[in-house]
Design a protein. Structure first.
Ligand code: DAH
Length: 344
């Protein structure tokens, strides 16, 4: 064989050896572009060299086939990979970073409070779902028994996209969805019991106690024979557990289109919120509540003659403000690190 033929074969052979490990099937060797090149070269060779070149190429092919074959048992020994898993199950799980060791970052004070609140309601038997941050006129108003053009709509002045979608002004927008989502509980003799935390938006004049973006927690409970006594019992149980002391509570009449009757619910100021100020003896109005209006149940295809329920909704910031003596609600959404670091 001439040096040319020999060198060409050696060069191709070396390149093939480098890529051979990626081949699963020995039939793939002939399809390999480099190997095709080996055969394509034959026609350019002097006649006397063709034979030997062909033999060498064949020997190389056998050698490579053997290599591919020899690597098969090793491949067979590996467990098949479950392609539906998010990672190969045979890969050792990397050690998790120990977030407790990390000294940067902390849970936002509002989220920490929300976790505590949801924990108490979950122990009272309530499921929780999250509200949405963009909604529509039906969920914001119609499903909640606000007739078109009703002046009560003005109390919920909020932001709208040019397409007419709404930044929800309260978490009550989720009532219709939650009622529908859990309506099948009723046929099984189980109640609908859901709390819904979420971010809400209002077109407010901003000051130390008013923010355009804040958090609310909504609650709904539906079953047979539900009355105002059940509403007060649940809220009272929550307040006692959450503040860790037995508290006096009171309701006073109010108006919401989606409840009938409607109330404001107030508690005596818990020790945790007493900062020796003059208002220590005043009632704290914490939320709005009432018996769910039959029209709201009907909008969710629930038989309002058979089932009744109660609902409530209130803000989260106020509690955290009072608990921590924070002077301005706008700190929460400001992203100021020197504010947030105080809650580590
Ligand atoms: N959505 C009302 C608000 O933001 C609060 C509220 C009142 C919620 C009564 C309720 C309710 O579920 O029953 O002003």
């Amino acid at each position: 064989m001439s040096d040319y033929t020999n060198n060409t074969l050696i060069a191709i052979r070396n390149e093939l050896f480098e890529t051979i490990e990626h081949l699963d099937n020995k039939g793939d060797i002939l399809k390999h572009p480099k190997f095709k090149q080996i055969y394509a070269n034959i026609k350019d060779l002097p006649a006397d060299e063709r034979k030997i070149y062909g033999q060498e190429a064949n020997a190389l092919k056998l050698e490579l086939e053997k290599l591919v074959e020899d690597s098969q048992p090793l491949k067979d020994k590996l467990e098949p990979i479950d392609v539906t898993a998010p990672f190969a199950p045979n890969t050792p799980v990397p050690e998790r970073p120990n977030i407790l060791r990390a000294n940067q970052g902390s849970i936002h004070p509002l989220m920490r409070e929300l976790d505590k609140i949801i924990d108490v309601y979950s122990r009272l038997g309530f499921t929780s779902i999250e509200s949405r941050e963009i909604d529509d006129d039906y969920h914001m108003f119609t499903s909640l028994n606000f007739p078109t053009g009703h002046p009560a709509r003005d109390d919920y002045d909020t932001f709208m996209t040019t397409e007419g979608l709404i930044a929800p002004a309260h978490t009550s927008t989720m009532q219709n969805r939650a009622l529908k989502m859990f309506r099948s509980n009723l046929a099984k003799g189980e109640p609908i019991a859901v709390v819904i935390p979420g971010r809400v938006f209002r077109n407010e004049d901003l000051d130390a106690t008013h923010e355009h973006t804040f958090y609310q927690l909504e609650g709904i409970f539906v079953a047979e024979n539900i009355n105002v006594g059940n509403l007060i019992a649940v809220l009272q149980a929550f307040m006692n557990e959450y503040f860790g002391q037995v508290l006096k509570t009171k309701i006073q009449p109010f108006y919401f289109p989606f409840t009938e009757p409607s109330f404001e619910f107030a508690i005596e100021r818990p020790d945790a919120l007493k900062k020796g100020r003059a208002e220590a003896d005043q009632w704290l109005e914490l939320l709005g509540c009432g018996l769910i209006h039959p029209e709201v149940l009907r909008q969710a295809d629930i038989d309002s003659n058979k089932y009744t329920g109660f609902a409530w909704g209130g803000g989260i910031e106020r509690l955290v403000l009072m608990k921590n003596n924070i002077e301005d609600i706008r700190h929460f959404e400001s992203g100021k690190l020197d504010f947030l670091r105080q809650f580590k």
